[in-house]
Design a protein around this ligand. Sequence first.
Ligand code: ADP
Ligand code: MG
Length: 634
Amino acid sequence: MSKTGADQGVTPLALVALGGLALALLATFVFPFRPALVAGLVLVYAAGGIPASLRAGLALVRHRVLAIDLLMVLAAVAAAAVGAALEGAVLLTLFAAAGALEARAMGKARRAVEALMALRPDTALLRGPDGGLREVPVASLAPGDRVLLRPGMRVPVDAAIRIGEGEIDEATITGESMPVRKGAGDAVFEATVNLTAVLEIEVMRALGESTVARMIAMVTRAQAERAPSERFGDWFGQRYTLAVLAGAALAYGVFLWLGYTPQSALYHAATLLVAASPCAIVISVPAAMLSALSAAARGGVLFKGGAALETLAEAGIFAFDKTGTLTTGRAELRRVVALEGSEAALLALAAGLEAHSEHPVAGAIRHAAVARGIQPVAVFEVTAVTSEGIAGMAGESLVWAGNERMMARMLADAGAAAPPLAALANSAETVVWVGRGPQLLGAIGLADGARASAPEGLAALRRVGIARQVMMTGDRREVAEKIGEELGFAPDDTHANLLAEDKLRLVAALASEARVAFVGDGVNDAAALARADVGIAMGAAGSDVALAAADVALLSDDLTRLAAALRLARRTQRIIRANLFFAVGAMVVLVAGALAFELPLPVAVIGHEGGTILVVLNGLRLLADPIRSDRRPR
Ligand code: ADP
Ligand code: MG
């Protein structure tokens, strides 16, 4: 079985080989008719043998790799040479059938990765001729269009920066994880991520021109990132194939020396070749892995590769971001405290600032303004400060909205205005302070509820043995404690007031105790997602930066899928172990039989290919078990 067996057209060829074999068997056992037998054999050798020889030849010439196809073709030809052409035909047919099964599994996984690409933004903010912003489908963008990019947004098409300067994460294109600083005139590429600044870009190429190339690059990259056990399979397959070839040649010599006729020695050497071929061993890992990856994808959990699945199976600690991960991120406005002017004016200023932000808090403030019919103030030259807030220019003055760190950065102080704000400070609400320069204008209190699936999702994880659960948030301690208590986090494992680098440090510390999975959604989670053994991004709700940094994307926001994914990962690991054990065992038995008991070639063929097909089917069982929600209807 070879990795190159995933070519298209494998299934029809396998069917032709099957038809030819059926004809040959009928012409042998049911109505002995030599021309029909010969026709059947020719069909099988052509449909099964020629493509396998081509693949083996290509692998040898292009990649200097000994494909297992080579062993199979050699064995079949040797069988034909000693008058056992029918046995050779059975071998080729079963080999082609196993290859077709493998190709199907590969195709499923490939589609799963293509689904990952669908996370590219569908819409973009087009700057109209009147200066206004309009959300338009990315496919409708044409060269020359101006598009606004908020921090955290993915670049929708290849473009050049016209206004603004900021960091771009180009890991999707270059694989380079350090962000690149870019300003006016620089080119930005589709699918890279705008990290910090608000940028206005000019479209250089329409969508259709670059998507396909990038999609293929991504699929091959995801597949190139093989799981450790897969790499072992490849390594083992290579050396083992060589050893089998040498062993069969040696056995041929020994059989001759023992006094076998050349015919019989060749027959036995071919039997040994088939018995010892590692098809089942090489296919056992990818068959299970690819099935699991596509079962997971159908359940809305996209793994970027087999390695992530293998690591998840070993996870011992789960760490969670709060806002947007454990909570809905759709916070509700609870109160507005204006120290100066009206509440409406404060909200208008805050909404004007937050119009430029992707943060869940920003969305809540925008919605509240819309709901009250408040027109946002126009704010320009905006800078987002991760885990703090946002600042920009309204008219001549610097305005800002954010948490206490932002307030301190602006040298503002809530102390003087204590009485009206005391109630807010004591509440378990997320507080957004709003100010102009060093002057505090007021504050907005927001409350964000836990996701409906959060309690059950965490409980499901505990049930599968994840006792250690940690919350990490950039929000205030009061808010963290309230949600933490509600969801059953230990007080020691509830961390508040964190910056992105604090989350990173905490994850690194946890990683020294056990394998850590980190679940997050925000720009400020990207570093922790990348550092964790398995980073899991909230796909639909999360920022593109988080998605790019993670190993796994959760497409739905249903947190019970985490435990389901963990169970699937563990089950995959068990099936892989069982497959390897079975494959090695079957091979040992067959080789012993071929050496000690003059095993007939057909028995070796059926034992060998049967074992391969069993292993593939055992792996494919994982397909039948898509990840499902554990949520009980409420
Ligand atoms: P979390 O880690 O819980 O996802 P973040 O680190 O993203 O939270 O944000 C931490 C805090 O920073 C928020 O609770 C909020 O008070 C403040 N903040 C971040 N971005 C903004 C913004 N755009 N506007 C106002 N406040 C913000
Ligand atoms: Mg968050």
